[in-house]
Design a protein around this ligand. Structure first.
Ligand code: KG4
Length: 332
């Protein structure tokens, strides 16, 4: 058998980033072009789905061409087109997916649909060439929060998930009520650095590894509403610290249940400086902890190409009838 490099083109458009990347053998990034719409949506205090879709349409060809040019490959070098098909905003997803399907048809290359969550997990394969499953993944983004046992590159077991808000959603809401604006997570992160953990916050516990973040979110809203002079930096710090404790408590339970001592962070909230530092501290307890490099924490095409590579070599091929699935779950 000839040992040939496998080149995957990855397309991501599930929310407010239009992104296209070229990745070799699932790990080596040849290009990773991202057009973010953050500035556009800031005016509205959050992502407006219709505006996101329209901007994806406006940008996707330019992002694609720039990604091909930066990678130095020709169309013939591409082995497959990997494309996010869920979860996410349906109109936004459809833009990237339709573009991917058109490329697949025009270039005669196989189409591989990718679950966005698998993409976030795979961002770590790019940052750490030595990382291999099994590991416990703490997936925390704007739309999802779950603890996943990654048994193999394409085999997942969800051990616990949020019963209400995603952790990123809670960060964004707290930022909004405190008056920090959008995007909330990074602003709470910055303000919390100036504060102290002086305010008690509620924690919700479950028998299993599920999460709930609506109680702590409401507590922050009420504290802020009832005490107009409250120190906002202390509020942010106390919120961030309690959220981190909740994430770490469930991670430790997952490690105990599975016996797997490798912990991997994924998703936009894994860019939080306090969460990163506290998870790294778990290495003192004998765990090995990985987290994506900052530029790969939030949405990008490289992570989709990496996840697509593992699906592709595992035999996954999709028909051109593949549709967007806004509430796509991790299959296990
Ligand atoms: O993974 P992501 O880019 O999009 C989804 O797939 O949902 O995550 C976006 C989320 C937002 O809620 C954003 O506020 C949060 O990640 N985020 C952060 C930080 N950077 C981004 N949350 C806390 N601290 C940060 N530094």
């Amino acid at each position: 058998m000839i040992n040939k490099d496998i080149i995957i083109l990855g397309i991501e458009s599930s929310c407010d980033e239009t992104a296209v990347a070229v990745v070799k053998n699932g790990r080596e990034v040849l290009s990773n072009v991202i057009n973010t719409q953050i500035e556009i949506h800031t005016e509205y205090g959050g992502v407006v789905p219709e505006i996101a879709s329209r901007n994806h349409i406006r940008n996707i060809s330019t992002v694609f061409i720039e990604s091909i040019n930066q990678s130095g490959i020709g169309y013939d070098d591409i082995d497959a087109i990997a494309c996010t098909y869920g979860p996410g905003l349906v109109g936004a997803l459809l833009v990237g997916l339709s573009y991917g399907k058109a490329l697949s048809f025009a270039l005669g290359k196989p189409l591989v649909g990718v679950n966005h969550i698998e993409g976030h997990i795979a961002s770590n394969y790019i940052t750490y060439p030595e990382l291999k499953p099994p590991f416990v993944c703490v997936m925390m983004s704007g739309g999802n929060t779950q603890i996943v046992l990654v048994k193999d590159y394409t085999s997942f077991e969800v051990l616990g998930k949020t019963r209400d808000d995603a952790v990123g959603e809670a960060f964004d809401k707290v930022a909004r009520v405190v008056g920090l604006g959008y995007p909330g997570g990074p602003k709470v992160d910055e303000l919390a650095k100036q504060g102290n953990d002086t305010i008690d916050m509620p924690k919700t516990h479950f028998e299993n590894l599920d999460f709930s973040f609506s109680g702590i979110k409401t507590a922050v809203i009420n504290l802020n509403h009832n005490n107009p002079k409250i120190n906002k930096a202390n509020l942010c710090k106390s919120f961030e610290k309690t959220i981190t404790e909740i994430l770490i408590e469930n991670t430790n339970k997952a490690v105990d249940i599975t016996g797997v001592k490798t912990v991997v962070l994924a998703g936009g909230v894994s860019a939080n400086s306090y969460i990163r530092q506290e998870f790294l501290n778990l290495e003192k307890d004998g765990l090995k902890v990985y987290m994506p490099e900052m530029k790969l924490c939030t949405d990008n095409g490289a992570m989709i190409a990496s996840a697509g590579y593992y699906s592709f070599i595992n035999g996954k091929r999709d028909e051109l009838s593949l549709n967007a699935v806004p509430n796509l779950k991790l299959s296990y």
